[in-house]
Design a protein around this ligand. Structure first.
Ligand code: SF4
Ligand code: SF4
Length: 146
């Protein structure tokens, strides 16, 4: 009988993952590349999502246009590291890093389970009608309200 072993994302905590395993957790949805707004004058103000996507995002290919060098292009691009895992609640609720930090299972459309990246879009896990950031764009015009 073949022995079943649970996959790494179920058996390991985030801090135990190898670099490759950490990277494999990302489903490539790109939702973390959308700009968000938060009123700094109000304590615990909600984070509002916009449809404006980072200027470094490749709308056609659907992903960062230069992921390995992303922080050279966009200094404010947040590196997702295990040391910052406790801050991951700004990430979308579908994000695998946020889910696993809270010991929640990966959704069935996650590429590690579906074995295809196509399933992410097929399940609607991507920004609808994203708009590329420009110097003059007003983020408030592109708030996601539903
Ligand atoms: S939201 Fe999470 S899973 Fe989606 S691209 Fe960003 S880091 Fe990856
Ligand atoms: S630099 Fe790349 S990874 Fe970072 S927010 Fe922009 S598009 Fe996303």
């Amino acid at each position: 009988m073949k022995k079943y072993t649970n996959p790494f994302w179920e058996t390991k905590q985030l801090h135990e993952l190898s670099h490759e395993e950490w990277e494999a957790l990302c489903d490539g949805c790109g939702l973390c590349c959308l700009h968000k707004l938060q009123d700094e004058e109000i304590e615990d103000a909600p984070v509002l999502m916009t449809r404006v996507v980072c200027r470094c995002y490749d709308l056609k290919a659907g992903g960062c246009s230069d992921y390995p060098n992303r922080q050279k292009h966009v200094a404010e691009c947040t590196a997702l590291t295990v040391q910052r895992a406790s801050e991951f609640d700004w990430l979308p609720q579908t994000c695998a890093y946020r889910l696993r930090y809270h010991n929640l299972p990966l959704p069935i459309w996650h590429p590690l389970l579906s074995k295809t990246r196509e399933s992410v879009r097929a399940y609607g896990v991507h920004a609808l009608n994203p708009v590329l950031e420009t110097e003059t764009i007003d983020f408030e015009d592109y708030l996601i309200t539903n």
